[in-house]
Ligand binder design. Structure first.
Ligand code: NAD
Ligand code: DAU
Length: 342
């Protein structure tokens, strides 16, 4: 199987590449069974340091390029069996500052990929989406499932919702064999330190305060990235085309709870918390009912939040060289814009 992974130098994409190459190693007798082509333009979030191991693997190839580049995508897709589309602008706060790149990559980029897939014998397509397309839940509402109506509320989630609609439209109109997965908040190794967990962990290592938005009572469901990769693996092999699968971590937590767990693991006190201005339009709660993928494909999350968070904290402690440069470079520039500092 030859897989075109888009956005494979980012957080989830790189974990997925590690997952596939490890789970399906080259067969010695019959040659390689799985080949991955990673198409990534390397935005601030793309990092080839995430992919040191696969670098010399004959089953892996990296191509620096943009998913909105029609000619390149059309050329690459010719001998591909399946496209797994991770490429996106993924950070909600950045979409609030400026959503132009979100519209370009998330919507136009997905459209370019879909057109290329359609025009090249209707290639199998899997699209990685988010639970944020469903909007915000009240504390007593039932979790999102595959039938929840779309109600995106940030520029990021609106761009992801638009791309999901395009994927479904290509399935219905052209018979494109497509699937979509909508998952909750991922955490784990190689996550860019602008997101809640790696930001808080790396700030604490550096002795800096941790900025908790609003009252800290917003709720997210946390999914370890390795469990997510296992779910995508199952969907691309056994999922029914035309279907959507919701993928959740069975681990709803308030941001305050997460903060306290991180503080405890790192031996720091509450005085490190700085309550800051809330995110505009901050969705209150996300939660996922993943019974469809559990019943159809036998998937459920295996990594408990406690175990996954400890592993993640330890990894950031042991891999300062991975994040130090990012933090003093790209993240610093963004932080100044975000907090209006020069
Ligand atoms: P990320 O920001 O870490 O990585 C995105 C990758 O896409 C980067 O390597 C970047 O260079 C690449 N990219 C961006 N624009 C591109 C373009 N025009 N052409 C080619 N490559 C481009 O993102 P992530 O957290 O790994 O998220 C991956 C996918 O999963 C996204 O589609 C995101 O919406 C979705 N998702 C993420 C989460 C999460 O918690 N991180 C949860 C649900 C869904
Ligand atoms: O739910 C899936 C989504 O999860 C993905 O689609 C997105 O790509 C991914 O970025 C993530 O979005 P969130 O906005 O939920 O993630 P983030 O890590 O930015 O924030 C998590 C929660 O923590 C949210 O309620 C905002 C809060 N927060 C975040 C940051 C960065 C803080 O309180 N302080 C912070 O500094």
């Amino acid at each position: 199987m030859k897989i075109l992974v888009t956005g494979g130098a980012g957080f989830i994409g790189s974990n997925f590449i590690h997952h596939i190459l490890k789970k399906y190693p080259a067969s010695t007798a019959g040659g390689p069974d799985y080949k991955i082509v990673n198409l990534d333009v390397l935005t601030y979030a793309g990092n080839l340091e995430n992919l040191k191991e696969p670098e010399n693997n004959p089953n892996y190839e990296f191509i620096k390029g943009d998913i909105t580049d029609r000619d390149l995508v059309n050329r690459l897709i010719k001998d591909i069996d399946i496209i797994v589309n991770f490429a996106a602008e993924s950070h909600v706060d950045r979409s609030i500052l400026d959503s132009s790149d979100f519209i370009r990559t998330n919507i136009l980029g997905t459209h370019v990929l879909l057109e290329a897939a359609k025009n090249n014998e209707n290639k199998r397509f899997h699209h990685i989406s988010t639970d944020e397309v469903f909007g915000s839940l009240g504390s007593n509402d039932s979790p999102f499932n595959e039938n929840t109506p779309y109600d995106p509320r940030s520029p990021y989630s609106a761009s992801k919702a638009a791309s999901d609609h395009l994927v479904r439209a290509y399935y219905h109109t052209y018979g494109l064999p497509a699937t979509i997965s909508n998952c909750s908040n991922n955490y784990g190794l190689y996550q860019f330190p602008e997101k809640l967990i790696p930001l808080f962990v790396t700030n604490l290592i550096e002795g800096e305060k941790i900025p908790l938005y609003g009252d800290g009572m917003n709720v997210r469901d946390w999914l370890h990235v390795e469990d997510h990769c296992e779910a995508i693996d199952l969907i691309i092999h056994k999922g029914r085309v035309g279907e959507t699968y919701c993928v959740g971590g069975d681990s709803e937590k308030t941001n305050k709870e997460i903060t306290h767990k991180i503080l405890e693991l790192m031996g720091k006190g509450e005085e490190m918390i700085e309550f800051v201005k809330d995110r505009p339009g901050h969705d209150k709660r996300y939660a996922i009912d993943f019974s469809k993928i559990r019943e159809e494909l036998g998937w459920k999350p295996k990594i408990t939040f406690e175990e996954g968070l400890k592993k993640t904290v330890d990894w950031y402690k042991d891999n300062e060289s991975w994040w130090k440069n990012i933090k003093s470079g790209e993240y610093e520039k963004y932080y100044k814009k975000q907090y209006g500092k020069n």
